[in-house]
Write a protein that binds this ligand. Structure first.
Ligand code: ATP
Ligand code: PAF
Ligand code: BAL
Length: 290
């Protein structure tokens, strides 16, 4: 069965009434469309969480508030029919695809979400205002859909951390789960923006995941070795204009040289004009002997 498309808040609310009356758990996956297997995996994970009879809602909205003035809002890929077909294959019940006016009647909102200090680093440093835009629209989507559970991709690791933090700090009551990153066979993380890459850039882009794997492999030798291994791969990579490569704590705090245990390696770089991000778990320090 194809999903029902809701273009307005009123249509969405009406579609959810019978589910709420029946006490079903609502699941939400937030997207900007141009869907791929990464999005599909979040839908499947959400379905597992809510069960077969509960409503699975997917939002499809390219949110202008999270794009900077020199970013790719105008050319962001829009593939509505293919997206709906993917949602149908994944058993999505409702696709919420509002217009900009429907989400922001009267223009930009006066009240927005302050994402706090975690938004001042990494993606937030390079893209000022990005996480105000992301959290504001996610808060609105939470308010409109009122989901019990949502799954966000680990590919956007800082975004996942911030959405979790928002739900907790603002008592929104939404369980925020992380979905593993889906990759191409050569390691490149699936991303809607991969379609901007020409064949040569597509080859070059694999350096990001190779660098993260190098950090993983060097992890047992410690923090400095893990970081240096990733940096070396990227320094030798043609066509890759590095923004940052870091090894951080799982909560994205900075680490010192003696750090041990679970950490996260994260990278952002431009390949041609396309900005890509990726991250992987890293375990720092040799395993403790018993
Ligand atoms: N490869 C992936 N594996 C798992 N989840 C993903 C993957 N790529 C994106 N997601 C998740 O899908 C959700 C919607 O993301 P979005 O629509 O921006 O897709 P995207 O591919 O990340 O696009 P972009 O190229 O703009 O970053 C987010 O929670 C994001 O983390
Ligand atoms: C969460 C999100 C849909 C908000 O616009 C977007 O940032 C994305 O696609 O990751
Ligand atoms: N996937 C995160 C959305 C963005 O880059 O704007």
């Amino acid at each position: 069965m194809p999903p029902v498309i809701a273009g307005t808040r009123a249509e969405l609310a009406e579609l959810l009434v019978p589910h709420r009356a029946a006490g079903r758990r609502v699941g939400l996956v937030c997207t900007m469309g141009a869907m791929h297997e990464g999005h599909a995996s979040l839908m499947r994970r959400t379905r597992l969480e809510i069960g077969p009879d509960a409503p699975l809602v997917v939002s499809l909205f390219v949110n202008p508030l999270q794009f900077g003035p020199n970013e790719d809002l105008a050319r962001y890929p829009r593939t509505f029919d293919e997206d709906v077909a993917l949602c149908a294959r994944e058993g999505v019940d409702i696709v919420f695809a509002p217009t900009v006016d429907e989400v922001y009647p009267g223009g930009d909102p006066q009240v927005t979400v302050d994402p706090g200090p975690l938004a001042g680093v990494l993606e937030g440093k390079t893209r000022p205002g990005h996480y105000v835009g992301v959290l504001t629209v996610v808060a609105k989507l939470f308010g409109l859909v009122r989901p019990e559970v949502t799954v966000f991709g680990e590919k956007d690791y800082q975004q996942l951390a911030l959405v979790r933090r928002m739900s907790g700090d603002l008592c929104l009551g939404v369980e925020v789960l992380g979905g593993e990153t889906v990759r191409e066979p050569d390691g490149l993380a699936l991303s809607s923006r991969n379609r901007y890459l020409d064949p040569e850039q597509r080859q070059q882009a694999v350096a990001l995941s190779r660098a993260l794997r190098a950090a993983q492999e060097a992890g047992p030798e410690g923090y400095a070795a893990a970081l240096a291994a990733a940096e070396k791969v990227l320094a030798d990579a043609p066509g890759v204009d590095l923004d940052y490569v870091v090894v951080r704590a799982v909560d994205l705090a900075e680490l010192d040289e003696d750090a041990r245990g679970e950490a996260r390696a994260l990278v952002a770089a431009k390949v041609g004009t396309t900005r890509l991000i990726d991250n992987m778990p890293v375990v720092l320090g040799a395993p403790l002997r018993h």
